[in-house]
Design a protein around this ligand. Structure first.
Ligand SMILES: Nc1ncnc2c1ncn2[C@@H]1O[C@H](COP(=O)(O)OP(=O)(O)O)[C@@H](O)[C@H]1O
Ligand SMILES: [Mg+2]
Length: 501
């Protein structure tokens, strides 16, 4: 199972879109972590903000997006603040993504093989890669100090703003109280100024130190790369000399035949190729690797398929190619956004199996996005349920399937088609809200038969169910009346528990 090692951390992310009709609130303060080696499923109806979240991680949001708040931390670096240049290194390399529609990620007029090898050849200079790898930790640490500083200052500023807003919102206060509040606000403002100044000083000092470390590391890395190149070159020369000597020696003892000569000439060619491959990924090597990856993702006859165009592939095979392309850079994180929605059910199962296998073999961390809780069951270690731009419940797969708490999760569970009859049991009534005017309180209230008065007024906090399980529903408030989840859900849980036993 997954480790406790966080590979990605999304914190208080808020994303709006400018539209002709007003500001659309697509993602409303979501936070989640991704641990190494796990699959986190994000599930929710269409429009709940799943794709916007994954696009934010990839840095490919539409132009009208406004990131209002939050950060996305990857290896200590806020992805929302890295330069385009650096993001380029992460996007598609450390973090790969597979979309719903494989056709849109493939170029229709370029042969499949070329599309895979091109993805590899982008990073073909191995010495440069080696240099970047050697310095990357220190580089990130240095660049990160400033973004950390900004995050800390922004958090403190938010607290101050909240305090000011709270005092301003008070009603029926005496004039003494008003005066006291005014004083408190003034003091808090001063304290914030002081905090900002100290934080800046502290971080600037740290940044200076880290810069010095980085300079050292860069020097060392340059030296290491140089030594590696020299070593590889010396070895290559020695080997060539050896081969040439045996070639020259062939004629002398009279026993030489053309076969021996040919063998040595071939060895010389191989040595030359191997040498180039150590410094640069060649086209020939890229092709070899592409064929291997095509095999890995289950494409039969890869040599023949290599030369074909996307239209010659079925939907399932195309999705395999897209997965192959995502894998060329050996990513650490794979984001799959509804990768099987456009496929037939049987093909869908095969692709899910493929993703699971690759994830296990390569120890990938995976964010798997779907509107279908039925798919989640086969994929997830943990589940985040999204509704109207918020995470309303999250927990381990077991907790979500056997002990769900939010009425929206119940509704999703009720609507999973039965495995045997394949019929949809209970569609969720109503439609998702208009996100230009998201409802107050619990956004699901209007569609929920469990809604209470408070649901229409106040937003529920995340109530803790267990160390790993949280849900934002007033039903978990100690004062709430006890309610039972829909029978359809409890029955299913009962039956599957019996089957498991
Ligand atoms: N570029 C955009 N401009 C305006 N609204 C957008 C844009 N992209 C997405 N949205 C809106 O953001 C909300 C969340 O969308 P999305 O994340 O794609 O949902 P889903 O959960 O189905 O993937 C939806 O209301 C959608 O209409
Ligand atoms: Mg989507």
């Amino acid at each position: 199972m997954a480790s406790q090692d966080k590979v990605l951390s999304v914190n208080n992310l808020v994303i709006n879109f400018k539209t002709d009709n007003g500001i659309l609130k697509a993602v409303r303060d979501i936070s989640f972590d991704l641990y190494r080696g796990e699959t986190l499923c994000i599930v929710g109806e269409s429009g709940s903000g799943k794709s916007v979240t994954s696009k934010a991680i990839m840095g490919i949001l539409a132009n009208n997006a406004i990131i209002e708040n939050g950060n996305i931390m990857y290896r200590g670096e806020n992805l929302l603040e890295v330069s385009e240049d650096e993001f380029y290194k992460i996007r598609g390399h450390k973090i790969g993504m597979i979309f719903q529609d494989p056709l849109s990620s493939l170029n229709p007029i370029v042969r499949i093989g070329k599309q895979i090898t091109e993805a590899m050849l982008i990073n073909s200079d191995k010495l440069k890669l080696m240099y970047h790898d050697l310095i990357s930790d220190d580089l990130i640490r240095y660049k990160n100090t400033l973004s950390k500083m900004n995050i800390e200052i922004a958090a403190e500023k938010r607290k101050l703003d909240e305090f000011i807003a709270e005092t301003a919102a008070k009603e029926n206060v005496s004039s003494e109280e008003r005066a006291a509040d005014k004083k408190a606000v003034k003091e808090k403002k001063l304290a914030f100024k002081e905090f900002e100044k100290n934080t800046r000083e502290e971080y600037e000092k740290k940044a200076k130190e880290l810069k010095a470390v980085l300079t050292q590391t860069e020097k060392k890395a340059k030296q290491q790369v140089k030594e590696y190149k020299e070593k590889v070159t010396a070895e290559h020369k020695a080997r060539l000399a050896e081969l040439k000597a045996s070639l020259a020696g062939l004629g002398k003892n009279g026993s030489a035949d053309d076969g021996d000569r040919e063998k040595i000439l071939k060895q010389i060619e191989e040595e030359k190729l191997e040498f180039t491959n150590k410094l640069k990924l060649t086209k020939a090597e890229a092709k070899k690797r592409a064929l291997n990856i095509m095999r890995e993702v289950g494409i039969p006859e890869p040599e023949r398929r290599f030369r074909q165009y996307p239209f010659e592939f079925s939907g399932g095979m195309r999705q395999r190619i897209v997965i192959a392309i995502a894998l060329t850079a050996s990513p650490e994180i794979l984001i799959c956004d509804e990768p099987t929605t456009a496929l037939d059910v049987t093909i869908q199962a095969q692709i899910l199996e493929l993703i699971n296998r690759i994830k296990a073999e390569r120890n990938l961390s995976c964010i798997f996005i779907t509107h279908d809780l039925g798919v989640v069951a086969n994929m997830a270690d943990r589940v985040a349920v999204m509704y109207a731009g918020k995470i309303v419940e999250y927990g381990t797969a077991e907790e979500i399937f056997y002990d769900p708490k939010h009425p929206y999760t119940w509704a999703l569970l009720s609507s999973i088609p039965d495995v045997d009859s394949k019929e949809k049991l209970e569609a969720i009534p109503g439609t998702p809200p208009n996100m230009i005017y998201p409802p107050k309180g619990d956004a699901f209230a209007a569609r929920s038969r469990y809604a209470m008065n408070i649901d229409y007024r106040e937003e529920p906090p995340m109530f803790k169910v267990s160390d790993t399980h949280y849900a934002a529903t007033w039903l978990l408030d100690p004062h709430a009346p006890k309610v039972e989840m829909p029978r359809i859900v409890s029955e299913r849980i009962r039956i599957s528990l019996e089957e498991d036993a």
